[in-house]
Write a protein that binds this ligand. Structure first.
Ligand SMILES: [Zn+2]
Length: 341
């Protein structure tokens, strides 16, 4: 079968032929229809410090996908051949304290599809039954292929009571933009988004943000004045991975506010934590999705009209993967989907 592989410990990916994987007794094989390129895949493509110290070579990469069940291990129950599915990319141990307490997203032994074991950038993917998530008929293939990054946004945003609250989102990449749409859908009042790219701020407003501002050129105080806000933001969602953005966010928060942290910082950062202490802020780190409440709520919101289509900027044949990675590296693309015929 065709697969995109990190074949050598160097930048780039190779389109190659590999054996079709066989499912173990508790696993399911999926014929992949389309995949999304994640920021993680871009790190792997570019072979940066994180990727080169994490990814064993050779490795078939990718973990955002939708497809159809093709084969079932002998112990798999409740799923059937031909069913349209996506799946959770974190494979949990099932035996650590957190797993046994139902907090599977905090598993200490989690394995990553397309990171520690063969991934979804291939015609066929094998994952445990536990990780398979059936897709309702009224959710499109495009949205189904994005449930992983969309789930990051859902997990981050719905970690807080959003109804009637004022939300500041720093970073208007795909996840920040989807988070803006989720906050609007879930009943927030003002949603302010900051980024360094003006086109993305325009998109943020299209997806439900009340206002956007260019980081470094304008600031949240000015936007608050324009919106008639006098006390500061109740909820902050940090999605840029920029230390300056978090420092500004702490400044802009109301006393007793809450901050969700999703953006990964390249290096250690410098923020004024005394301000956070005096304001009584609460911080929450977000990794992955809650298994599987995030999946359920995320799909329910899509079924009830939440639209994430503006983040899809490219749909390309699978073979044209280089074009997709180039568009992402240039900053032109948000979400790139690669499609099998
Ligand atoms: Zn575990």
């Amino acid at each position: 079968m065709r697969a995109l592989m990190k074949a050598k410990a160097e930048p780039g990916l190779t389109l190659t032929d590999v054996e079709v994987p066989e499912p173990e007794s508790n696993e399911v094989r999926i014929r992949v229809k389309q995949v999304g390129i994640c920021g993680t895949d871009l790190h792997i493509y570019n072979w940066d410090k994180w990727a080169s110290s994490t990814i064993p070579v050779p490795m078939v990469v990718g973990h955002e996908f939708v497809g159809y069940i093709d084969a079932l291990g002998k112990d798999v129950k409740g799923l059937k051949s031909g069913q349209r599915v996506s799946g959770e990319g974190h494979i949990i141990c099932g035996t650590c304290r957190n797993c046994r307490a139902g907090r599977e997203h905090f598993c200490r032994e989690t394995m990553g599809v397309g990171v520690n074991r063969p991934g979804a950038f291939a015609e066929y993917l094998v994952i445990p039954q536990h990780n398979v998530y059936p897709i309702p008929d009224d959710v499109s293939d495009d949205f189904a292929a994005l449930l992983d990054p969309y789930g990051n946004a859902v997990h981050t945003a719905l970690g807080f009571d959003l109804v009637g609250e004022d939300v500041l989102i720093t970073g208007a990449g795909p996840i920040g933009l989807m988070a803006a749409a989720i906050c609007r859908h879930a009943g927030a009042r003002h949603i302010v988004v900051s980024d360094v790219n003006i086109n993305r701020l325009v998109l943020a407003e299209r997806m439900g943000a009340s206002a956007g501002f260019l980081a470094g050129r304008d600031n949240s105080d000015n936007v608050m004045k324009r919106l008639g806000m006098t006390e500061g933001f109740d909820i902050g969602l940090e999605m840029s991975g920029a230390g300056a953005a978090l420092d500004d966010m702490i400044n802009a928060m109301n006393n007793g506010g809450q901050i969700g942290l999703l953006g990964l910082f390249k290096d250690k950062i410098s923020v004024d934590f005394n301000k956070a202490i005096f304001k009584g802020l609460r911080f929450k780190g977000i990794y992955g999705r809650e298994m599987f409440d995030t999946w359920h709520k995320g799909l329910s919101m899509l079924q009830s009209g939440l639209d994430i289509s503006p983040v899809i900027t490219h749909k390309l044949p699978f073979e044209n993967f280089e074009e997709g990675f180039t568009a992402l590296n240039s900053g032109q693309a948000l979400k790139v989907l690669l499609q099998f015929d």
